[in-house]
Every structure is written in C-alpha cells, then in structure tokens.
Design a protein around this ligand. Structure first.
Ligand SMILES: Cc1cc2nc3c(=O)[nH]c(=O)nc-3n(C[C@H](O)[C@H](O)[C@H](O)COP(=O)(O)O)c2cc1C
Length: 366
C-alpha cells in the first residue's frame, strides 16, 4: 500500500509530505491504540524500563509529540520526541529537507524547529501511549554556547517529570556550535549539572529519570576517546549512537554538492555501527541505543550485535513506510528463532560471543 502511495507523496516537497504523514498518524492514533505485548521474545529490560521490543522512533520525526498514539500503534517499542528547546523557534529557512531517493537517504538542516518545551510538556501531560517515551532536549539557537547548560537544565526541569528517559542532544549538526558541547570539559560540566538535577528530581518524584547522551558519528578517534572517557566517569545512563553525519560518501559529492546538513539513511549505517561497537567496547556497562540507517531487520540485527540494546529509526520510515516497524519486529523474531534461541537476549549474547571470537582488536577509524 505504501509502495503505491509513495510516488504521490514524493511529489510533495519533503517537509509537506512529512506534515501530511504526521497528520495521518494523528488521525490513525484516534482510531487505534497499541496494546504492547507484556513480555514477548523481543522484550528488553534496561534503564529500569521494560520495552516490548527494541525498535524505537528516532528523535526529530515527531518533535512536538503530536502523533504519539498513531506512532505507538505502528508497533514501536518506544518513542523519542524532540528535539525541543526552552523557547519555541522556527528553525532554518526552507528548503531544509532533501531526499536522495537512489540511496534511500535524506539530508536535513531543519535546525530544531519546534514549539518549545512547555507545549510538549502540556501534550505529554494530557495523553501519552503506554510505551516508554524519551524526550530529547537541546538549546535555542540564540542561546550563547557558554550558557548552553542553562537551556539543558530548563529542558530537564520542564520535561523530565513526563519522560521515561531524557536525551541530551549534543550532536545535531544544524545548530551552530552545538557539537562543541561534546568536548570533554564542556560535556563534563553540562552532564555534571544534569546529574545534580536528576538526583534532586528523584528525591521529589521518587523516580530517577535516566539521562542518555546522543553523539555524532563525525569524530576523530582521539575526540571520541576523550568524550567516552568523560562518559565513563558515570555522567550518563545511556548513549545514543548516532546522529546524522556531515561527512559525504564519494557518490554524494556529485548529486548533493552544496547541500548542507546532516545525512541519514543507509549510507550512515556502517559508520553508526562502527561507533556503536566502539562505545560497546569502551563502555560495556552503559546501554547503547543504536541508530543510523536501519531500514530492514538485517540492519537492525547488525546494530544489535554490534552492541546496541535498543534501536531507533527515522529515514527508513520515509522510504519503506509505516509497515517497516512490524516488518523489523517480525524479522528479528524470525532471526532469534533461526539462531536457535527463545529470546532476543539469548540470541544476542551468543551472536556477540561469536563475533568477538572471530574479530581482532576493535579500533575506530577517523
Ligand atoms: C528530518 C530529520 C530531523 C531530525 N531531527 C532530529 C532532532 O531534532 N534531534 C535529534 O537528536 N536527531 C534528529 N534527527 C536524527 C535522527 O534522530 C537519527 O539520529 C538519524 O536520522 C539517523 O537515523 P536514520 O538513518 O534512521 O534516519 C533528525 C533526522 C532527520 C532525517
């Protein structure tokens, strides 16, 4: 069905098509409500939360949390909303979202267009689906970098009470200077401040809201090492790897010349996976949410084996349609069975053991 619809949808400018899809999902959500399986073979228990399956929606698809019930009804195990900033902001001028249909990829430079943290808090307070919801926070474009920590603290205070986990986005390429927050000293100060807020809120709420850090794929090996050393100091509860890339594969230079922004979709998958497996090696006790280029069950499985406990996707939905979530969930179930296991957990432990006995030392290339 989506195959038939897609050519028509692709006649629209990408952002208009996205708005139409969100509207359709909102309507769908008023008709269908998801009933996640309590404890099926793909269940994941991590971060103090239970997920019916590991397949989540990546940040940016539903920044303002407008279509959560519809998205949950597609079969996702969890959803991440945002990025939201303290104050509403329009983002960059259009056009700012571009399709690369041959590669099933996107380039975006939206720049955190969103309705602000209070609007999202109101929506989450009013009605939310019965699956874990992560909230991704960022800083306003016009907040100077030296005061970025204030924006993240405001976001945390406003949204953590309504979130199952909170994501600190340090890696969007479309807010000038944001990625500088991944530098060790800045990251340490920022995440340290959030750790204090997290503890204070836990005393008030009686619930500790886990903090995930979303990282870029575009690191030199030294810069990645330095950031992971900071995270190893116990400054976050999960790592989300990765955001979009500003790197361009060779083919991209010809047909995306001059198109600035972050590239997502299958061309990003090998790099994301490399970062996932490196983080897994360096921080084996911190859960990883693997994201980047997943558009089928094989890609999903490979990100999991590389070290991810949970997954997210965005661009795959645009090209493969809403049936992708169920297809990946079914594909993963089939894979678990074909590997001779009853649960994802068991299948993954065996596959990772296999992988590490085959591969040599794991290093990350620049
Ligand atoms: C149009 C678009 C908007 C995005 N907006 C955000 C965002 O606001 N915050 C964020 O952390 N990531 C954002 N992302 C990045 C995705 O969450 C994800 O990390 C990335 O696209 C790689 O996954 P994919 O290949 O499955 O799309 C966005 C991606 C796209 C394509």
């Amino acid at each position: 069905m989506y195959k038939a619809l897609r050519p028509w949808l692709f006649l629209l400018p990408p952002e208009t098509a996205h708005e139409a899809a969100l509207l359709a999902l909102r309507v769908f959500g008023t008709l269908y409500r998801s009933r996640p399986a309590a404890d099926g073979p793909l269940a994941v228990h991590t971060l103090g939360l239970s997920f019916a399956n590991p397949v989540g929606l990546a940040a940016g698809f539903d920044k303002d949390g407008r279509a959560l019930h519809g998205l949950a009804a597609l079969g996702f195990g969890f959803l991440e909303v945002g990025t939201v900033t303290p104050r509403a902001q329009p983002g960059n001028p259009r056009p700012r979202l571009f399709r690369l249909p041959e590669q099933r990829a996107l380039i975006n430079r939206l720049g955190f267009n969103n309705a602000g943290m209070e609007a999202l808090a109101t929506r989450l307070r009013a009605a939310r689906p019965a699956i874990p919801i992560g909230v991704n926070i960022g800083k306003n474009r016009d907040t100077p970098l030296e005061r970025a920590v204030d924006d993240y603290r405001l976001g945390f205070a406003a949204l953590a009470p309504y979130a199952d986990y909170l994501t600190v986005n340090l890696s969007s390429p479309n807010t000038p200077g944001l990625r500088a927050l991944q530098q060790p000293d800045i990251a340490r100060t920022l995440l340290g401040a959030l750790r204090e807020d997290q503890a204070a809120l836990a005393r008030r709420l009686g619930r500790r809201v886990p903090v995930a850090v979303k990282i870029a794929p575009d690191f030199t090996p030294e810069a990645l090492e330095a950031l992971l050393a900071v995270l190893a100091e116990g400054l976050c509860d999960a790592v989300i790897a990765t955001n979009t890339t500003v790197a361009r594969p060779d083919w991209a230079h010809a047909n995306t010349a001059g198109v600035q922004g972050g590239l997502s979709g299958p061309p990003l998958a090998p790099r994301s996976r490399e970062i996932i497996s490196h983080v897994f090696k360096v921080l084996p006790n911190i859960p990883i949410i693997g994201v980047g280029g997943i558009n089928n069950a094989v890609q999903a499985w490979d990100h999991l084996v590389a070290g991810a406990s949970l997954l997210q996707l965005y661009t795959g939905l645009v090209y493969e349609g809403p049936g992708l979530v169920a297809a990946i969930v079914e594909g993963l179930q089939a894979r678990v069975r074909s590997e001779g296991h009853e649960t994802l957990d068991g299948a993954l432990s065996a596959a990772r053991r296999n992988l590490s006995s085959k591969s040599g030392p794991n290093t990350v290339k620049s």
